[in-house]
Ligand binder design. Structure first.
Ligand code: HEM
Length: 153
């Protein structure tokens, strides 16, 4: 199980790190010209699919395997510990948010991030960018709550 545990840790490192990197890029691109902003958001969209979404999928998959291995060991004291339950519930909520809301929003946002010759982004772009920003903050908040719960509760 140590390889699964390693993959679990690698998964949430990619996920939380990717979210923070994406937020920094989005924040840094705020006052840039439309062409640069468009490029930055296309990159964020790719980051979301390749790093964040993949990381979240790995965390959920390995989380299920780890939980099943606890189960086969006869549940154990750990199952009664709040830190485990808070991690699992916050992790599942955050993971589902990333996979079912974040990923489609990010790919839509990336597809719309093309500046016109007049230096304007399509009107729909802002809708997806704002939704993406809310989903990112919520999911990274829940992921950090899961991590914090494990080490602090
Ligand atoms: C972003 C979300 C998550 C974070 C930050 C997180 C964090 C962690 C950490 C730090 C550990 C301990 C690693 C170690 O001992 O070296 C761990 C283990 C574990 N995680 Fe998660 N986790 C998350 C999501 C999940 C989910 C969704 C599940 C279940 C579906 C899950 C189930 C488990 C289990 C069963 C263990 C092993 C406990 C043990 O054997 O001591 N985790 N997780």
């Amino acid at each position: 199980m140590s390889f699964v545990l390693f993959t679990h840790v690698l998964g949430f490192t990619m996920w939380i790190g990717g979210e923070l990197a994406g937020m920094m890029v989005a924040y840094g691109a705020r006052d840039e010209p439309a062409q640069v902003r468009a490029g930055a958001f296309r990159l964020i969209s790719r980051l979301y699919t390749v790093v964040i979404g993949f990381g979240a999928l790995v965390v959920l998959g390995t989380g299920v395997l780890l939980t099943m291995s606890l189960d086969s060991g006869g549940l154990g004291d750990l199952m009664r510990e709040p830190r485990l339950w808070v991690m699992i519930l916050a992790g599942i909520a955050a993971g589902l948010l990333v996979l079912f809301v974040g990923l489609p929003t990010a790919s839509r946002m990336g597809a719309l991030a093309v500046a016109s010759k007049q230096g304007e982004l399509p009107s729909g772009f802002e809708v997806y960018r704002k939704r993406q920003s809310v989903v990112s903050k919520l999911s990274v908040g829940l992921a950090v709550t899961a991590l914090l719960a494990w080490y602090v509760l």
